[in-house]
Design a protein around this ligand. Structure first.
Ligand SMILES: [Zn+2]
Length: 329
């Protein structure tokens, strides 16, 4: 089943969303669904229209007739009233930024058709090493189910998600998470807010408070993410934060487990060739690569975990944490 290189999806009309990617087979969690090189790259799409148009025309000139046809058939979010020419509007709508800290991006024909969901079943990432964009299944995708990714890089409550998607992508999200009944929606918002508050506290406060308090906050964050059913890049990111904190407090044993978990989640979301996976594998094999590891304090005595026992990793990792421990301190 895994031997075929045929695409496990087709691009077809999805009611209310234009075109989308529909699975043509059951796709297991962690499977690479798509690996696509850009049709062309642009240094930025934020420049005067005539300049951007000239750049796009130069790129289109190098393409085949079929590729040009596919380009002009892509969705354009910029209507006539905006004064943006269609050829420019298509690039502004579909060029995907490689790295949130730089304006450079690429135009991908198949990836441009992947619709958004706030709790998606797939994750996309740009692989600088291979020069390709990949999409991996975050959970099992059933045959004929739509493949979705999140256009939002950080978990946000519903209203903030809606505003972001309206401002940047010009649509109102009606995904499963956004369409929950009001009470469940409010519960989900509260959980996502709690995660954001904890991330903020850990980001600003770690190093200044007791390690036990940092561990309790981490434990609470993972607990809430699990209850909320989050399985996306927030998980490897959270484990990496946990790894850094354990390193900072000189807790080598937990640091290794956190790094392994960050690695395992990244592999499943981006594949073995991902630059982030290579970096994390380095930390798992040589935790001293992390600069703060060099500055390590002695792990506080009461918090040195006993040797790891098979089958009870979470009990070992977190000890007897409770929600009260995370709230207090
Ligand atoms: Zn949504």
């Amino acid at each position: 089943m895994e031997t075929t290189t045929a695409k496990p999806y087709v691009i077809r009309e999805v009611p209310g969303k234009g075109k989308g990617l529909i699975a043509t087979t059951k796709i297991r969690k962690g499977t690479r669904i798509l690996s696509e090189a850009p049709l062309f790259k642009l240094a930025s799409t934020q420049m005067p229209q005539n300049l951007l148009e000239a750049l796009i025309l130069a790129e289109l000139h190098n393409l085949t007739k079929d590729q040009k046809r596919a380009y002009v058939a892509l969705h354009n979010s910029y209507g006539q009233e905006t004064g943006v020419k269609p050829i420019v509007g298509i690039a502004k709508t579909n060029v995907l930024i490689f790295n949130p800290h730089k304006p450079e991006g690429g135009l991908f024909l198949d990836m441009s058709r992947v619709n958004h969901a706030c709790r998606p079943n797939a994750h996309y990432s740009w692989n600088e090493r291979t020069g390709r964009l990949t999409v991996h299944a975050l959970r099992d995708v059933e045959d004929r189910q739509e493949i979705t990714v999140s256009y939002i890089t950080q978990g946000k409550p519903r209203q903030a998600r809606q505003e972001f998607l309206r401002d940047c992508f010009f649509f109102d999200c009606a995904c499963e998470l956004c369409s929950l009944p009001p009470v469940e929606r409010d519960m989900s918002d509260l959980r996502l807010l709690e995660v954001a508050v904890i991330e903020d506290q850990l980001g600003r406060g770690s190093g200044s408070f007791h390690y036990g308090r940092a561990l309790a906050l981490l434990w609470e964050m993972f607990r809430v993410l699990e209850v909320e059913g989050v399985w996306d890049q927030s998980i490897p990111k959270a484990y990496f934060v946990a790894f850094q904190i354990a390193c900072m407090y000189g807790d080598e044993t937990r640091a290794r487990v956190f790094a392994e978990r960050a690695l395992e989640a990244r592999v499943s979301m981006e594949g073995e060739d991902s630059p982030e996976v290579v970096r994390l594998r380095g930390y798992v094999e040589h935790p001293s690569l992390l600069a703060s590891w060099q500055l390590r304090a002695k792990c506080p005595d009461g918090l040195v975990p006993p040797p790891l026992m098979e089958g009870e990793v979470d009990d070992w990792l977190w000890g007897d944490m409770t929600p009260e421990a995370a709230v207090g301190g």
